[in-house]
Design a protein around this ligand. Structure first.
Ligand code: IMP
Ligand code: MG
Length: 175
C-alpha cells in the first residue's frame, strides 16, 4: 500500500500488463492506419507516459504533438475543461490519433473533438489507456481502449492525485 497526500492506494495493474496492452494498441493502430504517417497528439499532463511507450512500440514512421487540458481537481472531475496549450494548426490533412491516459466522464474528449472541428484533419481517432464506462456520459466513440476499469480513482503511470503519483510505473487504486 502507498500513501499520497492524505489518501491510501493499493496495487491494481502492474507494469508488465500495461506494457503488453500498449504494445497491442500500437499494433492495432499500425494495422488501421496502413500507409499513413499518423500524428499522435498526447493530452498533457496525464498522457505523457502512454505517448512515450506507445511510440516506442509503434515501429513505423509517426510524429508527435501535445495539447494541454485540465479538468480534474483532487479526485473529482469538474465540468469545466480548461485549455492550457492549444492545437498545432499543422495537423491539417493528417491522420491524428488523440492519446489520453484515461477517459472518465468524457468531458475532455468532447472538448478535444470541438477543438479539432477547427482543423481539417484527414481522420481523427481516439486512444485511451484506461476507460471508466460507468462514468462515461458521452456518445463519442473511443477507437482504442486498453483497460475498461471500475469507476474508482487510480494513480500511477502518468496519472496523479493532486500532482503526486505520476512517476509510479504501475497503477494503484484508491483504497
Ligand atoms: P474526463 O474529462 O472526466 O473524461 O476526465 C479526463 C481526465 O481526468 C483524464 O485525462 C485524467 O487526467 C483525469 N482523470 C480521470 N479519472 C482519473 C483517475 O482515476 N485518476 C487520475 N486522473 C483521472
Ligand atoms: Mg488526462
Amino acid at each position: 500500500m502507498i500513501q499520497l497526500h492524505d489518501k491510501h492506494f493499493v496495487p491494481f495493474i502492474n507494469a508488465a500488463e500495461i506494457d503488453t496492452a500498449i504494445a497491442d494498441m500500437a499494433a492495432k493502430i499500425a494495422a488501421d492506419v496502413e500507409d499513413e504517417v499518423p500524428v499522435f497528439v498526447g493530452v498533457l499532463n496525464g498522457a505523457f507516459m502512454v505517448v512515450s511507450d506507445l511510440m516506442k512500440h509503434y515501429t513505423r514512421p509517426c510524429e508527435v504533438s501535445f495539447v494541454k487540458l485540465a479538468s480534474y481537481e483532487g479526485t473529482q472531475s469538474t465540468n469545466e475543461v480548461k485549455q492550457l496549450i492549444g492545437l498545432d494548426k499543422k495537423l491539417e490533412g493528417r491522420t491524428v490519433i488523440i492519446v489520453e491516459d484515461i477517459v472518465d466522464t468524457g468531458n475532455t474528449v468532447e472538448e478535444l473533438k470541438k477543438m479539432f472541428e477547427a482543423v481539417n484533419v484527414k481522420q481523427l481517432k481516439i486512444a485511451a489507456l484506461f476507460f471508466k464506462p460507468e462514468a462515461y456520459t458521452k456518445n463519442i466513440k473511443l477507437d482504442y481502449t486498453a483497460f475498461s476499469i471500475p469507476n474508482k480513482f487510480i494513480v500511477g503511470y502518468g496519472l496523479d492525485y493532486d500532482g503526486l503519483g505520476r512517476n509510479l510505473p504501475e497503477i494503484y487504486q484508491l483504497k
